[in-house]
Design a protein around this ligand. Structure first.
Ligand SMILES: Cc1cc2nc3c(=O)[nH]c(=O)nc-3n(C[C@H](O)[C@H](O)[C@H](O)COP(=O)(O)O)c2cc1C
Length: 509
């Protein structure tokens, strides 16, 4: 076991807790009329139009999120498929008019404050319709900005210390975070949001690639400076978070190409402010060399536990609702009715969304997060607090009771978690994760929770329900679920229930 420095993570994590984290100002205000442009704009890049087909290919959303599709040996066959992967990850799916603010564009995946601070880049070999190169996806215009031409996959392969999925991949996606676009509202807590909002996008990316039978993997361990240089980023403003290799390439990866400086005029945010705590947390979780990546790479397993008071999950519901339809209709619920959902619906959501993530930090069937649930209104299940015993496919009753007021309170005193039928808190034993992964483990823990949360969003909509991510009072959540969760920290919160009829005016996208 390595002896990692983990003080930086505790400093950041404790300092950005609600309500009184010392890195957050209580006097900070944000008004939506100050929302920064949610797109990175390349003024002098050459652009490639992407074809866009939003039709369903007939795979159900529940199958697509649940790791059951055989994805072996499939390629990203052409630019059309690549375009669908990008669109169903971060594309514009709806436009809503708000009085005084005008029309706002919303995306395929949920995002805190609708600030859309995650950017996606493509590194690929030649494919029908697209030359090998390094590109930025422009979701506003459904185009690719050309950053470099040539096959640069070897650069990424090296920085992942030779990850086998990257070696095989035909396309490699790189997800980055533009700090200022989100910190304008959330201050230093932004660095948590980076992984939350990247995670909900990744749930879509994993689902759409799996619907196309294309293999994918979440890579969290890489030499951070390499994608920075390859993409020409200003690391103080925009940082790479995750690398996702896709598909099996028919073309062997070539030699390294020289990395000339990127001379493009790019504006990643029209609002600029630095929160040094974000940069410090990012830097302290960086990996410096291939040797460090290789020795960092590790797999965490779930701790075995004794359980009592188990209620087995009900059989999953077979919903045939296609993935694409679910992504197009998803939108965070703004008002839940107080009605119940069924235990079969809750069982399906838990079973499908927590089925496992193919990643460099766990094996494919495992998740890092522990799911704690407040059941407010579920037909066939007593109200109370529960722990999802994944290994037993059951819920363990922790405490019986009506905890609506508690879920409302824990979710920052908002109506949404009060009105919802269930609230799922994604928690981790952060000390254990940091012991295994050092400060980099903080990224892993946040991301794992957010990917499962994003899958649960999709599962809820596939079943005709509503859902919303929420923020929370950190230590109050731990206290409420203690002694069971005494050592655990909350990473993500999702409320699920039946939607009350929408009153907002939607226009077509
Ligand atoms: C991690 C996360 C936390 C969120 N927290 C809140 C919240 O505390 N309150 C709220 O009303 N909405 C919350 N949202 C919902 C976002 O405001 C919503 O995703 C965003 O406006 C984009 O809209 P859409 O999800 O309908 O596409 C959260 C979303 C995410 C992903």
């Amino acid at each position: 076991m390595k002896n990692y420095e983990t003080e930086s993570t505790w400093h950041y994590h404790n300092g950005t807790k609600h309500p009184n984290g010392m890195l957050l100002s209580r006097f900070h205000v944000y008004h939506p009329s100050h929302r920064p442009t949610p797109y990175k704009i390349y003024n002098n890049a050459q652009k490639i139009n992407l074809p866009l087909d939003k039709n369903s290919i007939g795979v159900s959303a529940l199958d697509a999120i649940s790791n059951i599709i055989d994805t072996n040996e499939n390629t990203v066959s052409n630019i059309d498929t690549l375009s669908r992967i990008l669109y169903f990850s971060v594309g514009i799916t709806k436009k809503i008019k708000f009085e005084g603010l005008g029309e706002m564009e919303f995306r395929a995946a949920s995002c805190t404050g609708a600030l859309y601070h995650i950017e996606v880049y493509v590194v690929c070999s030649d494919m029908p319709g697209l030359d090998a190169g390094v590109y930025h996806f422009d979701p506003e215009n459904t185009k690719l900005d050309i950053i470099r031409l040539g096959d640069f996959r070897k650069t990424i392969l090296d920085c992942t210390a030779n990850d086998q999925s990257v070696r095989d991949a035909q396309v490699i996606l790189i997800f980055t975070d533009v700090f200022a676009r989100n910190s304008i509202k959330y201050q230093a807590r932004e660095y948590r949001h980076a992984f939350w909002d990247c995670g909900t996008i990744l749930s879509n990316t994993l689902a759409i690639t799996s619907a196309h039978k294309i293999p994918s993997k979440i890579i969290t361990g890489f030499v951070d400076t390499v994608p920075v240089q390859l993409l020409g980023l200003d690391i103080t403003k925009e940082a790479p978070l995750v690398i996702v290799p896709l598909g099996i390439s028919k073309q062997n990866i070539g030699p390294n190409l020289p990395l000339e400086e990127v001379n493009l005029e790019a504006i990643s945010s029209d609002y600029e402010i630095d929160y040094p705590e974000i940069n410090a947390m990012h830097e302290s979780s960086c990996l410096q060399s291939e040797t460090e990546v290789a020795s960092w790479r590790n797999q965490i397993s779930r701790e075995s536990q004794e359980y009592d008071k188990l209620t087995p999950l009900e059989k999953s519901i077979q919903s045939l609702e296609p993935l694409e339809n679910v992504i197009l209709k998803r939108g965070s619920t703004r008002k839940f009715s107080l009605e119940s959902i069924t235990f079969a619906q809750l069982s399906t959501i838990l079973n499908k969304s927590a089925s496992g993530i193919n990643s460099d930090y766990t094996n494919k069937e495992t998740i890092l997060s522990d799911l704690y649930v407040i059941v407010n209104a579920v037909d066939g299940l007593e109200s109370g607090s529960y722990y999802y015993a994944k290994e037993k496919n059951s819920l363990q009753l922790l405490r019986k009771g009506n905890f609506r007021h508690v879920s409302g309170n824990l979710g920052l005193n908002q109506d949404l978690p009060y009105d919802a039928s269930v609230a799922i808190f994604f928690m981790v034993d952060l000390s254990r994760v940091l012991e295994k992964f050092g400060n980099r483990g903080y990224r892993v823990a946040q991301l794992d929770a957010a990917i499962i949360g994003g899958k649960a969003y999709l599962a809820s909509y596939a079943l005709g329900l509503g859902a919303t991510g929420l923020t929370f009072y950190d230590d109050a959540v731990t206290d409420f679920f203690s002694p069971y969760a005494a050592k655990k920290e909350v990473m993500f919160l999702l409320a699920i229930g039946k939607k009350e009829k929408p009153t907002l005016h939607h226009t077509s996208s």
